[in-house]
Structure formats: C-alpha cells, structure tokens
Ligand binder design. Structure first.
Ligand code: ADP
Ligand code: ADP
Ligand code: MG
Length: 483
C-alpha cells in the first residue's frame, strides 16, 4: 500500500497591514503552516502583530503614504523576501485594484478577489449598474455619476425627498450628505463633489433616495476559484455614528426568525457575487426598509472588521478560508447546507474616541487589563505604550461575545465591557456600556437613526466609580496570583 506523503505546501505570506487585523491574519497563516511575514514602520517598531509573525520586515517610513499605502515599496520588500502571497487586511490597499494587479503581474498572489471584481465593486456607480443588470434591487436613484447640479435636482424631484448625495468612490462612511429639499441639493452638490475629489481622488456623485430609519444588513460571502460561492448568513450593523458602525450582531434582530427574508437576502447576495465572478471572502451590504424590503448598497471586496461575529455563529474561520481560496486550495466545504449557524454573537468596536462627542481622541495607552467572562473574544492591538495617532483607524480592539440566544450575548457583553480597562486613552467604552443597558437596544429595536434619536451618548456619566473599579482590579490581581 502506498502511503501518501503530505505535500510541502507551506507558503510565505506577507501581511500588508497593521493593528488587530494583522495579528488575526498572522495567526491564520501559522495555523495553515504558512510563514507569516509582518511589516513594521519607523513609528511602530513594537507593533503587536509582530509577535504572531515568524519574520519581520522593516517598511521604511512613518507616514501611511510612505508605508502601508505605497504599492511599489510593498512590492519591493515582498520580492526581496521571496514572498508567495500578500494579505492586505482591511483599509489601506485592500480594495486597490492597481495594487492587486501589480502583485499578480509580479507572480505574487493577492489574497483577495480577482482584479476585475475589485474594480467593478470598488465604484458605487458601476457596482449599482451591475446589480441592476443582475436583477438585484438597488436604492431608487441613479446608477451612474450625475454630471451637473441641475441633473441632480431633476432626479431628486423625480424620486422624491429626502435624497442622499453619495461619492461613487466613497468609503468608511465618508462622502455622503442627506438633502431634504431642492435647495439643499443645490447648496451641497459642489461641496460634496469637492470633498470627495480630495478624499478619494474622484469627485463623481450618485443621487439616491434616503431610506428613512433603515437597517444596515449585510451578507458574508465566501467563494473560491473553482466556481463555488457560499453565504455565511447575515450581520446587522445598524448602530452607527457618522455612517460608521460601532456595534454589529449576527443574526440580525430585525430579521429575527423571518426565515423567508433571511433566505431571500442571502440568496440575493450570492446571485450578485456570482454575477461579478467573485472568488474570495467579501460582503454584500444592503439597506432594509421598515417593511423589510431591501436594496443593495455596496460590496466590500475584502475581509470586514466585523467578520468575527459570523465566525462565532458558524464556527468557520473566514481568514483561513480566504487564504485557501486565494492559493487555490480546497475550502473543504461540500455545499451550502454544510454551513449552519447557532446562537447569537455581538461585536463592540472599541474606539479611541470621546464617548460623548464620539470624535477621535488620539493618545497613549499607559495600562491595559482584562477580566472577561467565559468565552469572550478580544481581537486587539493594545499594549502599554501604544500610541494611537490620527493616521490610523480609531478601532483599537473588537470585543466579541456569544450566547445561545441574544439576551445571553448581551449579558456577556455587559460583563466583558466591565472587565476591560484601557488606561491613558479616551475610549467609547462608557458609551458602549450605556447602549448595552438601553431599553431599545436590549429589545433589538433600533435603526441606523439610533444614535441620533435615542442619543445614549447623552447618558454617559463622566463620574468615575472608584469603588467598582478597584474591586474589579483586585479580581484581576487575584487571578494573576492564582488565588
Ligand atoms: P460606505 O462605503 O461609506 O460604507 P455605504 O454605501 O455602505 O457607504 O453606506 C454607509 C452607511 O450610510 C449605511 O450603512 C447607511 O447607514 C447609510 N446609507 C447609505 N445609503 C443610504 C440610503 N440610501 N438611505 C439611508 N441610509 C443610507
Ligand atoms: P467594514 O465595512 O469592514 O465594517 P469600514 O467601512 O468601517 O469597515 O472600513 C474599514 C476600514 O477601511 C476603516 O479603516 C475605513 O476607514 C477604511 N475604508 C473603507 N473604505 C475606504 C475607502 N474607500 N477609502 C479609504 N478608507 C476606507
Ligand atoms: Mg459600507
């Protein structure tokens, strides 16, 4: 009998990112037997992700433009280090088709989808057009850039107010402005175009109907290079400030046990992914109106910040699958029915920001302690001495709790937030604590207007409960000493 020797399939994977996602990717590489190669820059020589990497490479420079946003420099160090594949994480160059193309042209695998899919989905106009053609419902409005303010007004009058002016190249919640009437379209059109040109190097705008009190619901997709496309159910991300998510959960409390709607939105996402020949992990975002009708918003052709909650309810490792898909390896998923879900997971984004104004608050971490309930997951980049600068994303960690039902996940999250201490840095933890106790949130009754209308930030107490703080710290100390 012949014994099959395991093939030597170990690859050298460079991670072109920093922060919590770089650690997360490095761990997945190690698990797969690949060699994770971490990058460090002049201003972050002690970055946490390096401890999960087998090799460290200096990416000279300190600004993002000189380092993580510099395709040529990353290609150069990748070549010098005989890298087989590059994982871009999220943000930075993760949705940059030119970067993906540059790597591919140089024989290096880009761990993400094919260049064409990035291009089509990277632009809110071309992606909307493709969705329309594929029979996927989109928000009423244009599916191409509006050339003039007069045209924008004409379309707005047609679809009815309020409308949203939206940068075709926008992202991260930026490049959007709601307009209540014709005058506001007239007043804002040029300014939004100008801001978008400055931020995204593209001033083109779409006009679409502003859906009132909608839910943000998105579907996780995973596809391989062999023609298999799967969904991993939905996430709800309606708790937002400035069109940016703060809390995400899976499954969606708004869809609840309406399996018909769940099936419909998941099937629609798969249909769209297939229409663009998608071949990696990605997310199709929708906006859902009060009557549960839903419209395609955009597709993010990368791993998303909130992917852990999907991992928690499905038991699948999305980063591992994404790496396998890119390298042409087997995913080991026989069919869609193989992917099941159980329980409920919630993620809180821990941000370096003022908990009341919710504005970024850069600073220095002088201490960091955790005392979590059983089963808590905390993906983070924190260490004593970490300096959060305005250059980097304000998310310093992602706290994830799971329960057999939503109430249990909420209860665990309250306890986890109480057991997270970040010293020296202003964070949104006090705000998250308020939300997790607030009645509407606890009942799963919220839309994207939650922060504006319920305003939990107004209840954040600036008073510090010393007694509670020291009791918990004593617990941390006792645990450390094995008491
Ligand atoms: P980004 O690329 O910045 O993430 P999205 O198109 O995904 O942009 O929208 C971000 C958020 O803005 C959504 O989650 C939602 O809260 C809000 N939004 C976007 N489009 C609409 C719309 N037509 N009506 C109401 N809210 C919208
Ligand atoms: P997710 O969609 O994964 O929840 P976000 O929309 O919050 O994530 O964006 C994740 C990261 O990517 C953030 O750092 C955000 O600022 C950045 N980002 C997303 N889209 C863009 C873009 N088009 N241009 C610049 N940064 C972006
Ligand atoms: Mg989005």
């Amino acid at each position: 009998m012949m014994i099959r020797q395991p093939e030597n399939t170990s690859r050298r994977v460079m991670i072109a990112n920093r922060g919590e996602i770089a650690s997360r990717v490095a761990k997945a590489c190690r698990e797969l037997g690949h060699t994770p190669i971490g990058l460090w820059t002049d201003n972050e020589p002690e970055a946490t992700h390096l401890q999960f990497c087998d090799e460290w490479v200096h990416l000279e420079g300190s600004t993002n433009a000189e380092t993580y946003l510099n395709p040529e420099k990353i290609l150069k160090v990748a070549k010098e280090n005989n890298v087989d594949a590059v994982h871009p994480g999220y943000g930075f160059l993760s949705e940059n088709a030119d970067f993906a193309n540059l790597l591919t042209q140089n024989g290096i695998v880009f761990i993400g989808p094919n260049v064409e899919a990035i291009k089509v989905m990277g632009d809110k106009a071309t992606s909307k057009k493709l969705a329309n053609e594929a029979g996927v419902p989109t928000v009423p409005g244009t599916d191409g850039a509006v050339p003039t303010v007069e045209k924008a007004i004409e379309i707005s009058n047609e679809i009815g107010y309020p409308v949203l002016l939206k940068a075709v190249a926008g992202g991260g919640g930026r490049g959007m402005r709601a307009c209540a009437n014709e005058q506001e379209v007239r007043d804002n059109f040029e300014a939004v175009g100008r801001e978008s040109l400055a931020a995204f190097n593209n001033g083109d705008l779409l006009v679409e109907k502003l859906i009132v009190n909608p839910r943000h619901i998105e579907v996780q997709i995973l596809a391989d290079k062999k023609g298999n496309t799967f969904h991993f159910f939905e996430r709800e991300c309606s708790v937002q400030r400035r069109h940016q998510k703060i809390i995400e959960e899976a499954p969606s409390p708004f869809i609840g046990d309406d399996e018909e709607v769940r099936q419909a939105i998941c099937d629609t996402a798969v249909k769209l992914a297939k229409a663009v020949n998608y071949d990696s992990a990605g997310t199709v975002e929708f906006i859902m109106a009060e009557d549960k009708s839903f419209y395609f918003l955009e597709m993010n052709t990368r791993i998303q910040v909130e992917h852990p909650i999907t991992e928690e309810i499905t038991g699948m490792d999305l980063i591992v699958c994404m790496i396998q898909a890119a390298l042409g390896d087997e995913l080991g998923i026989p069919n869609q029915e193989f992917i099941t879900r159980s329980g409920h997971a919630i993620e809180c984004r821990i941000c370096a920001e003022d908990p009341i104004t919710m504005l970024p608050a850069p600073g220095l971490v002088t201490g960091f302690e955790t005392n979590f309930p059983q089963g808590t997951r905390f993906d983070n980049c924190l260490y004593k001495g970490l300096e959060v600068t305005p250059d980097f994303d304000q998310v310093v960690g992602k706290l994830v709790c799971k329960g057999i039902v939503r109430d249990v996940a909420v209860r665990k999250m309250r306890a986890a937030l109480n057991g997270l201490f970040i010293e020296g840095l202003k964070t949104n933890i006090p705000l998250l604590k308020e939300i997790l106790r607030e009645e509407n949130f606890c009942n799963g009754n919220y839309s994207t207007a939650y922060i504006k209308e319920v305003a939990p930030q107004d209840r954040v107490s600036t008073e510090f409960n010393h007694h509670r703080f020291y009791t918990i710290l004593a617990g941390v100390e006792a645990r450390r000493m094995g008491i």
